[in-house]
Design a protein around this ligand. Structure first.
Ligand code: CA
Ligand code: CA
Length: 398
């Protein structure tokens, strides 16, 4: 085995390369900070198709990391790819040359990199790191601000949460504004969500060319995110509001298709806001019009009744019959400001630790609730202003 250490430009990216174990695959070891624009692949400064990530690979602010078609990044246990604020990841493969982000022990991409034949098999959770103030364990970590990610024909597998967009570390201004484009990507065998993204990235991750399978939490995870452009959420996957996630709708319309199932983790909410003066347009609207055969469901992450066993533990956990703040259930749908409209029809709302639908005091949103069921909430099922009482308590609701 031969190996040597190189420095790339002025950066501190350390690359070792040599022919390790398998004569058929060259393997380049990488890790550390990338401080200048870098290409990994046959046309890069260290041409190769297989990169063994031996420590956290960190794309620093302002830097572009390009990964070429057919390249495999194989991560040692506990390592990750971290995209700092204002960095860019371009990983555009093609159907015959996919780009893999996987475990060192995964011989299916890039051959027998660890040189033990079938002596070790990849497992969900093989790679990834705890990152961010909420302690999210994830493989590809996308910084909160100004990060641009373009992925096509990629495979992300055997990590914890495969890819996660972070929330700003400032608790007073949690915020993110990533640009995510994703097509023909596969997330599989991850021990957590395949992806956890802000609400505004749902069109990217739900592009029908992407696929998700055999992940422990087989759902689209949602982290804190502010929706400022109109969006329709399609059915097809369960959506889980992760711990402390605010799906915040701000001067926009959020429409939910019939048949969509949301599940909430501890203290997560769907919150409707409008920072303009009372009564002024544009409104914030939540439109959830289900049908009798395809209701729209908002419930607990622990509730397997709708959307199946999303938390991957069979029937080992169930939501408490009457959630308590110490039980860390989700916190319902909240109207936080004036000039807000909430239309709920054929909806099922369950297991909120507060109310199912709640208008903050001294505001006057328009809330319409019909043919719906609100059940197992800790507080009043609905707390609405006087102008909405007739709708909310009509006989069509239970
Ligand atoms: Ca092997
Ligand atoms: Ca379960």
């Amino acid at each position: 085995m031969s190996a040597k250490t190189l420095k790339v430009a002025s950066g501190i990216l350390i690359i070792f390369f040599g022919f390790l174990y398998s004569p058929s695959w060259a393997v380049t070891q990488i890790g550390g900070s990338i401080t200048t624009n870098t290409t990994l692949g046959p046309n890069g400064a260290q041409p190769d198709n297989v990169y063994w990530v031996t420590s956290h690979l960190i794309v620093e602010s302002g830097v572009i990391l390009t990964i070429e078609p057919g390249v495999a990044l194989k991560f040692d246990g506990g390592t990750s790819l971290q995209l700092r604020n204002n960095s860019t990841l371009i990983a555009i493969g093609n159907p015959t040359q996919r780009i893999a982000f996987t475990s060192l022990r995964d011989d299916e991409f890039g051959g027998d990199t660890n040189g033990d034949g079938n002596g070790s098999m990849p497992q969900p959770g093989d790679w990834g790191k705890v990152w961010g103030s909420y302690g999210i364990l994830t493989g590809i970590q996308i910084g909160a601000l100004g990060v641009n990610v373009r992925m096509s024909d990629c495979v992300v597998r055997y990590s914890n949460t495969g890819m996660c967009v972070m929330v700003s570390d400032d608790p007073q201004h949690p915020h993110n504004d990533v640009q995510l484009e994703m097509t023909n990507c596969e997330f599989s065998y991850n021990r957590g969500f395949p992806v956890e993204v802000p609400v505004y990235s749902i069109p990217a991750v739900m592009n029908p060319t992407n696929s998700y399978h055999d992940n422990l939490w087989e759902a689209i995870g949602l982290c804190w995110g502010t929706l400022t452009n109109d969006l329709t959420i399609p059915k097809g996957k369960t959506y889980v509001l992760a711990t402390l996630c605010y799906v915040e709708v701000l001067n926009a319309t959020l429409t939910i298709e019939p048949g969509v199932v949301f599940k909430g983790m501890d203290r997560s909410v769907i919150i409707m806001r409008n920072y303009l003066s009372p009564g002024s347009a544009p409104f914030s609207k939540l439109i959830a019009i289900g049908t009798e055969s395809e209701p729209i469901v908002f419930t607990s992450f622990l509730d397997d009744t709708y959307g199946g066993d999303t938390n991957g533990d069979g029937s080992a956990t169930t939501p408490p019959a009457m959630p308590d703040i110490t039980g860390f259930e989700w916190s319902g749908i909240v109207a936080d400001h004036e000039a807000i409209e909430i239309d709920l029809e054929h909806c099922i709302i369950r297991y909120s630790e507060g109310s199912g639908v709640h208008a903050q005091s001294n505001i006057n949103p328009t809330i319409s609730l019909s043919n719906s069921t609100v059940e197992f909430c800790k507080q009043f099922p609905v707390v609405v202003p006087m102008n909405s009482v007739e709708e909310a308590v009509s006989e069509s609701n239970t």
